[in-house]
Design a protein around this ligand. Structure first.
Ligand code: AKB
Length: 316
């Protein structure tokens, strides 16, 4: 275990950030992890070191890195796919300029970087089943465009300046500890909260829309495994395909209903349907398996059981 790492997490109040801060604190010690966000600290981050930080403010970013002798950055702040379509230029600015500020700081201060990409880098012309690592990539959302450009910037900083930046193309991430915001895959988190509340669920995707998804403990495990892997083992410096499971709204509904027999659903696709239709339904992550031994622990049934158990405990 490397306890000399001093970690900065940018965008720590989000769904992934909250869980990564917890895991990074367990790994490196609370005193070596700084959670930051443009937003106020959320209750889930209580007990962790926290600072407000806007990644677009380069001076403040450099100051935090210098003051705390940071050695690695997890840069998670981003506007996701659905929200990005409602504010395209702002989403581009935050997603791209934020990453460039982090990469510049990494070059200057010799930092290791983790930056999330997404299945949104793929588009309607990409093969949808078992989408390969290298394939046609013509995303038609601003979020996907920014992630694809970002992947190339990561590779550029690695090749030109030797910045050790690592990345994963996340599928839809599903956790019970916090709610996602602004994504196309968010329905798969909301469905659990509706079922638990005894409410009816109106799904914004159609019942047969299969998308790549992953349970949060797998996402955290894979992220830390990639960051721990010896640099010479990594053959991808854009971003790794990363797979957990695939399911449709109908399939997760049936699984959730096993635990809540009264639970009812209806389908009312909105603008997010077109985004989902442009994405793969399953991902080939053979390169991640080979380079850093990636393998997920959860399928739909096991994930559902774990989420229901934890949510019931939390609300009892
Ligand atoms: C979204 O739906 O925008 C995200 C993603 C797949 O990157 N969850």
């Amino acid at each position: 275990m490397n306890t000399t790492e001093r970690t900065l997490v940018i965008g720590s109040c989000g769904q992934l950030g909250t869980e990564l801060v917890e895991a990074l604190c367990q790994k490196f010690g609370k005193e070596n992890v700084w959670a930051t966000d443009i937003a106020e600290k959320t209750p889930a981050l209580e007990g962790y070191q926290f600072m407000k930080l806007d990644v677009l403010d380069e001076k403040s970013l450099s100051k935090v890195i210098k003051d705390h002798e940071i050695t690695q950055v997890y840069h998670l702040a981003a506007i996701l796919s659905a929200k990005g379509e409602t504010m395209p230029l702002r989403a581009w600015d935050i997603n791209m300029q934020g990453l460039l500020n982090v990469l510049e700081a990494a070059k200057l201060f010799h930092l290791k970087v983790f930056w999330p990409s997404s299945i949104a880098v793929f588009g309607p012309n990409t093969p949808q089943d078992n989408t390969p690592q290298d394939t046609v990539m013509q995303p038609n959302t601003v979020y996907g465009m920014s992630k694809l450009a970002g992947e190339l910037w990561c590779q550029y900083y690695f090749e030109k300046y030797g910045v050790d930046v690592r990345s994963i193309r996340y599928p839809g991430l599903i956790g019970w500890k916090s709610l996602p915001g602004g994504g196309t895959t968010d329905y798969a988190v909301e469905i659990f909260h509706k079922a638990l509340a005894g409410e009816y669920f109106e799904c914004f995707l159609s019942e047969q829309t299969g998308l790549p998804m992953m349970y949060m403990p797998d996402a955290v495990k894979g992220t830390l495994a990639l960051m721990d892997a010896p640099a010479e083992q990594l053959t991808v410096r854009t971003s790794y395909n990363f797979a957990g499971m695939t399911f449709t709204p109908e399939e997760i509904y049936k699984e959730v209903k096993k635990h809540f027999p009264q639970f009812e659903i209806s389908y009312k696709p909105d603008f997010r349907q077109a985004i989902a239709d442009s994405w793969p339904s399953s991902i080939d992550d053979a390169v991640a398996q080979k380079d850093w031994n990636w393998t997920p622990d959860y399928d739909l049934g096991k994930m559902t059981e774990d989420i229901v158990t934890n949510l019931k405990k939390k609300h009892s």
